[in-house]
Design a protein around this ligand. Structure first.
Ligand SMILES: [Zn+2]
Length: 229
C-alpha cells in the first residue's frame, strides 16, 4: 500500500483523537501527536535554544508557556513537527495527525513538506463537522476518571458509562475547563485558526473532506474509511 498522510480537523469535542486512534489501528498508521513531541522535547532538552529562520527560541521559555497552558511559539512547534515528520517519512511510516497543524504558520510550513515527502495525492484531510451547540453540549458533558483523569467524551456509547474503561475508577466532571463560557472561547479560537487552514489546503491542491460528526463514533469512522478508499 502507498504511504499516506491523514489529517483530522474539527472543533473541541468532535472526537479527533478517537478517530485518529481507530484509523491508526485499522490502517497501521503512526499516530502523530504534536503534544507528545513537545513533551518529549521538554523532558530531554538536548539544546538550550533552537535557531529558526534567524531567530533564537529558548527551550525552557517554551516549556514554561506549555506548562502555563499557553500555545508555544508557532516557529518552535513547526520546527519540531517538521523534524519528526522527516524522520518518520524516512522510516517509511504512514501518518495520521489529529488537530495538527494547529496554526496557519504551522500549516504553511508543514503542508509543503508533507507534499514533498508523500505526494499531494496521498494526503487526505478530514473535517469532522459538529455544530456549535453540539460542541458545547459534548464538552460540558465531558467527564474524566478520578484515578488517571482519562477524558470520556459524551456520546451514545458513553452516556451510561459509570466507570473508566481503562482503569475502572469513577467518572467525574471537570470544573473550569469544561464550563460553557470557557468552551465558547475555545470554539472561537478554533474557528479563527481552522478556517484559514482549510483555505490553505485548498490553495495547496489538497481537498478537505467534510464528515458529519453528529453520528456514532463507528459511523464517523466508516465515513472516513469510505472517503479514503
Ligand atoms: Zn481512567
Amino acid at each position: 500500500m502507498k504511504k499516506q498522510v491523514i489529517i483530522i480537523l474539527g472543533p473541541p469535542g468532535a472526537g479527533k483523537g478517537t478517530q485518529a486512534e481507530l484509523l491508526a489501528d485499522k490502517l497501521s498508521l503512526y499516530y502523530f501527536e504534536t503534544s507528545k513531541i513537545l513533551e518529549q522535547k521538554f523532558k530531554e532538552p538536548d539544546k538550550n535554544s533552537i535557531e529558526i529562520e534567524g531567530k533564537k527560541y529558548d527551550v525552557l521559555k517554551e516549556k514554561k508557556l506549555w506548562e502555563d497552558g499557553i500555545l508555544c511559539s508557532p516557529p518552535f512547534v513547526s520546527y519540531l513537527v517538521m523534524e519528526r515528520v522527516k524522520k518518520l517519512a524516512g522510516e517509511g511510516e504512514s501518518l495520521v495527525l489529529a488537530g495538527s497543524p494547529r496554526t496557519l504558520y504551522e500549516g504553511e510550513r508543514v503542508t509543503p513538506l508533507l507534499k514533498e515527502l508523500y505526494g499531494p495525492e496521498n494526503i487526505k484531510v478530514f473535517l469532522i463537522d459538529i455544530s456549535a451547540e453540539e460542541t458545547i453540549f459534548r464538552n460540558t458533558h465531558r467527564r474524566i476518571c478520578e484515578l488517571m483523569r482519562h477524558p470520556v467524551l459524551y456520546n451514545k456509547e458513553t452516556e451510561n458509562l459509570k466507570i473508566c474503561s481503562l482503569d475502572g475508577s469513577k467518572l467525574i466532571r471537570r470544573k473550569g475547563l469544561d464550563d460553557p463560557e470557557t468552551i465558547k472561547v475555545r470554539l472561537k479560537q478554533y474557528r479563527e485558526r481552522t478556517f484559514p487552514l482549510i483555505e490553505l489546503f485548498g490553495k495547496q491542491g489538497i481537498k478537505v473532506n467534510k464528515i458529519n460528526g453528529e453520528q456514532s463514533v463507528s459511523d464517523v469512522h466508516k465515513d472516513i474509511l469510505k472517503a479514503i478508499r
